[in-house]
Write a protein of this length. Structure first.
Lengths: 312, 312
């Protein structure tokens, strides 16, 4: 199975973490180095790595210090400090679930490295299973709309469909303001030789009305216990429109967070310059403000099927 | 009354047409010169001027030749040739209605200049009336979402509201890929000292769900006889979502075209590089294609109220 570089975009090599710089895609496939937890936090805040990349970065950052801290009694306090910093980076992402897991393992310093590495192997296997389960939902000639980027899962889903002789193709929203659709999803699907067409975020209803798409699938940055999800801004309106056009709306969901419902999930408001500036150049008049909620909440009722990552 | 430069962005001065270069806004307020109908067609195709600017450019281009052609018997054939070229520029825009009008006047060479100038004065007065009628629909503290740009009508609507001591404010979608919202609408509203906030095209449902907006108003590039409209891509999904949230959806509509319903309106598909490239730099991978319908159709049933431009 040939994986998208976005499927496992972060690795630990000796004393250095190597992470795919997603801001440079699709022009350049380059990795940058992270040497300590402060650099890891900066990489997360600046969105050089995102989604599964951020999850992997959390684990590898801990692993870095597990290897570095020689005095056993200093390990747990160090891991706690790292956890605190990581959890402060982005409000909508439920890192705490991950950091709590590592802190728990940290109580047994002799086995913590083995536990982290074992968990990452398990996570990889479970992500592959999740892609396989999603692939089973698609049929020959399906045209699937997606939004944002699901970290290498779509090419993998496509590969499973191919194995079963099901030809599927994709539409992807460009996903403003960060262009994950145009830069990442289109790139990884094209690279895996799937037919993919980029549309403006504003063209979803039109494409539905024209009958160009018959299924939708997105990822989710957070899953509440009742099935509501937080995902990239725009997911909610796509789900509403899919409902209107009776198009199935599937979600590749992470394990549930502590949020009971979507209402319990804090929505991160990103700086408006990310919306009002492109490549350092201002688009909007200087004095005008923007409002850029990075995520929105899609209620469970609009989701035809959750495809879960089953790690517990 | 202080008009937005976008309200009447084209003028004829002697032998030269002067048009506001909308692609340079908001950084620079500059006008470019148009000396013949070929340049006028290029300006329309390249979208240096758009919407009402294109309508004015049609009339002023005719007027230019009315002044230039001294031999009466050459006038009508020249006007016919110009009409043909202008009508070929953009499929969704109903210029034919305008060019037919001028060709009809052209049968009386001695009065054609007076007719064109008289019509333009009449058009200006009717646009002001249209803004006044729209202003009457808004109430104190309304927060109004708009999409794309309505050529100077929104600041004028706002000015009428101010006169009646109604404080209104605006949200505007950035309106990809041409950024009419960020570049033009935000600029002209800010310039007229209205509170305006730019959002991604993907944040409409979220902003509705948060209760940040209580009315929607857009323009229309074409009005079919049954009330369906063609307008900037994205209008349709905003109308669907407004319906879902029971938010009134108003349309500033031009005179009806010959289209019976929205189905009779051809949707212009613009080159995908306008979607996949920004400031000459490619966003998407080189080989990936885009689909950029520049307009969509909003059925009359989703429109709470049309505010008509009553020129006949």
């Amino acid at each position: 199975m040939d994986f998208s570089p976005l499927f496992w975009p972060v690795e630990l090599k000796g004393e250095t973490i190597s992470a795919l710089d997603e801001t440079k895609l699709p022009q350049r496939l380059i990795y940058f180095k992270i040497k300590n937890y402060q650099e890891a936090c900066r990489a997360i805040k600046s969105m050089k790595t995102r989604a599964i990349g951020q999850v992997l970065l959390v684990f590898y950052t801990f692993l870095l210090y597990v290897r570095r801290i020689k005095e056993e009694k200093k390990l747990l306090p160090t891991l706690s400090l790292i956890a605190k910093s990581l959890n402060a980076t982005r409000p909508t992402l439920p890192f705490k679930f991950l950091t709590d897991m590592v802190l728990d393992w940290g109580k047994e310093p002799s086995t913590v490295e083995k536990n982290i590495k074992g968990f990452l192997e398990f996570l990889k296997a479970k992500r592959i299973e999740q892609a396989q389960a999603a692939g089973a939902l698609f049929e020959d000639r399906d045209v699937i709309l997606t939004h944002c980027n699901v970290s290498g899962l779509l090419p993998l889903i496509g590969a499973f469909c191919r194995k079963q002789k099901k030809h599927i193709s994709f539409f992807v929203t460009e996903t403003r303001p960060y262009f994950q659709g145009s830069r990442l999803t289109a790139w990884e699907l094209q690279r895996a030789e799937f037919n993919v067409t980029i549309i403006p975020d504003s063209a979803v209803a039109h494409v539905f009305a024209e009958g160009l798409v018959n299924k939708v699938i997105t990822g989710a940055d957070q899953l509440a216990r009742n099935g509501d999800i937080a995902n990239k801004i725009g997911t909610y309106q796509i789900a509403l429109l899919a409902g209107k056009f009776k198009i199935p709306f599937y979600v590749l969901a992470p394990p549930p967070s502590n949020a009971g419902t979507g209402k319990d999930i804090a929505i991160e408001i990103r700086p408006d310059k990310e919306l009002l500036t492109i490549a350092g150049q201002r688009i909007a008049p200087k004095e005008v403000k923007g409002y850029y909620p990075a995520f929105d909440i899609t209620p469970a009722a609009l989701i035809t099927r959750h495809i879960y990552l089953r790690i517990s």
